[in-house]
Design a protein around this ligand. Structure first.
Ligand SMILES: Cc1cc2nc3c(=O)[nH]c(=O)nc-3n(C[C@H](O)[C@H](O)[C@H](O)COP(=O)(O)OP(=O)(O)OC[C@H]3O[C@@H](n4cnc5c(N)ncnc54)[C@H](O)[C@@H]3O)c2cc1C
Ligand SMILES: *[C@@H]1O[C@H](CO)[C@@H](O)[C@H](O)[C@H]1NC(C)=O
Ligand SMILES: *[C@@H]1O[C@H](CO)[C@@H](O)[C@H](O)[C@H]1NC(C)=O
Length: 450
């Protein structure tokens, strides 16, 4: 009886967030990147009322290249981390939004500008633009009573607005706030130091001695971009991954940095390199400055907890995070999560009780602890990606993402380790839900001669 009472109570708070059955749920979506846009598409399809607030004047979030760094004309931090020569690191077949394929003439790994065009065409196709309030930056989201009070500011006039919503969908991305390492002696170093968030073009590094720190996707990609023009490319990282890439002769691999001095860096093996410039490719931090304690979340630079199914705020299950995962086909995950969110708000299914959600989360957290892994890994999908698609579908009734997507990503990752210069020459064609073919098409990429 007691369990039943809890269950009933949760159902009501989830399914009927407004006062009575007569009131329709009101949803606030924050951010007009892929996450916000995808959510908008499915809410619109379900006829659910929503507002989409976007701080900048454009859609596409990080996919819109902006040559500026720092602060824009309204005093906003430039959000995008895009660089001029970027091509996707996943094949286009696993970066498409549901039933909206990229044009056939797009290469297998499109450049940022082609992908950005694709996002804009998606917005036109689903007629989403009129739902977006551009230049409205969310400054606070507070739980008051059974509503979310969302305060936002017009970035030019600074006029502030506040509205009440039943649900909040957060799609503000997590590749924008630099996670800087702070290495001893950094302030002494006479050269330049930037984070990859502010990397745009290799030109300033022509003929110079450049240190790249970190071997994640940005670290590897920017290393090759800079190495095209730099005199030396010193790459400091502790990745255990075996990169078989035939690096050029001026590429020098180093372990972690011990300290900087005026002229360069001393590494943990005792060696020293003279340097002109440093680029930290050390990843990003989660950044939700508009949330306070009423969200009942624990907000850390590298983790947001506790979340159910990587997206539902367990303590306030009318708050949903889109795309807050790593190591996955992020766009495909966002698409599935957006459908799940729409199905939830529509009332197609109800969430388990808070106790059940919490115990599932706790199991994940305990697993990490017992294997000595940091809490940040709670957002890692990696080998669990396909299973996750299955869980989302069976719980919410949305269509399951086909297993072939995960298979393509796994193959792409392996191919990338073989050779960072050539992995984008492969074309991946989906045959059916389980199978794909991969073939080599080298004409798409011509490596510049140094
Ligand atoms: C350099 C780089 C390369 C990448 N390459 C790939 C790739 O090849 N393949 C892949 O799948 N993924 C890639 N990604 C991951 C990428 O983040 C996702 O593809 C996708 O863009 C995530 O979309 P999003 O909507 O979550 O976030 P974003 O694209 O970051 O959009 C967030 C939006 O929220 C807005 N916003 C933020 N705060 C507020 C606020 N307070 N109020 C109102 N609006 C706000 C921002 O202005 C922005 O428009 C890459 C990321 C980077 C940085
Ligand atoms: C920095 O340290 C290295 C290695 O100890 C040394 O060779 C170099 O002269 C130092 N540079 C300066 C400017 O002190
Ligand atoms: C919700 O259920 C209805 C009826 O079964 C279905 O048509 C709709 O597509 C579902 N919505 C979502 C987002 O899954």
């Amino acid at each position: 009886m007691f369990m039943f009472a809890i269950f009933l109570c949760i159902c009501i708070s989830v399914q009927l967030p407004a006062m009575a059955t007569t009131t329709k749920p009101r949803v606030c979506i924050i951010g007009a990147g892929i996450a916000g846009l995808c959510s908008a598409r499915y809410l619109k399809e379900e006829g659910i009322f929503f507002t989409l607030l976007e701080a900048t004047n454009y859609v596409g979030g990080t996919w819109r290249y902006d040559e500026r760094v720092g602060i824009d004309e309204f005093g906003l931090r430039i959000h995008t981390s895009m660089y001029k020569h970027l091509r996707t690191n996943l094949p286009k077949s696993v970066m498409e939004l549901k039933n909206y394929p990229m044009p056939n003439e797009y290469p297998s790994f499109p450049s940022w500008d082609l992908y950005y065009r694709y996002i804009k065409s998606f917005v036109r196709h689903f007629n989403l633009k009129n739902y977006i309030k551009f230049h409205h930056k969310v400054i606070s989201v507070k739980r008051i009573g059974d509503k979310w009070k969302v305060k936002h500011e017009h970035v030019a006039s600074k006029e502030q607005f506040e509205e009440s919503y039943d649900y909040v969908i957060i799609g503000t991305g997590h590749h924008s706030k630099p996670n800087n390492p702070y290495i001893p002696g950094e302030n002494m170093f006479k050269g330049t130091i930037i984070h990859s968030h502010d990397y745009r073009v290799p030109d300033p590094y022509k003929g110079r001695r450049v240190l790249i720190v970190g071997a994640g996707p940005s670290g590897m990609d920017i290393s090759l971009d800079v190495a095209e023009v730099s005199k030396t490319l010193v790459h400091s990282h502790h990745s255990k991954v075996n990169f078989n890439t035939p690096f050029p002769s001026h590429y020098i691999k180093k372990p972690d940095i011990q300290a900087f001095n005026e002229s360069g860096a001393i590494f943990t093996d005792g060696s020293f390199e003279e340097l002109d410039d440093v680029i930290y490719c050390t990843g990003y931090s989660y950044d939700y400055p508009f949330l306070d304690e009423s969200s009942e979340l624990t907000l850390e630079p590298q983790s947001i907890t506790p979340l159910y199914k990587y997206m539902v705020n367990i303590n306030q299950p009318t708050m949903l995070f889109m795309g807050l995962v790593v190591r996955a086909c992020l766009v495909v995950v966002i698409d599935a999560q957006s459908q799940y969110a729409a199905a939830l708000i529509k009332g197609n299914f109800t969430l388990p009780t808070k106790e059940v959600m919490m115990s599932e989360w706790q199991r994940q957290a305990d697993n990490l602890k017992s294997s000595d892994r940091p809490l940040s890994h709670i957002h890692l999908l990696a080998e669990k990606e396909d299973q996750y698609y299955g869980e989302l579908a069976s719980q919410s009734g949305i269509e399951r993402v086909p297993p072939v997507f995960f298979k393509i990503r796994t193959t792409d990752t392996a191919t990338k380790l073989e050779n960072l210069y050539t992995y984008r020459n492969y074309v991946y064609t989906v045959i059916d839900r389980e199978n794909f073919i991969k073939h080599y098409e080298p004409i798409l990429y011509i490596k510049k001669e140094r």
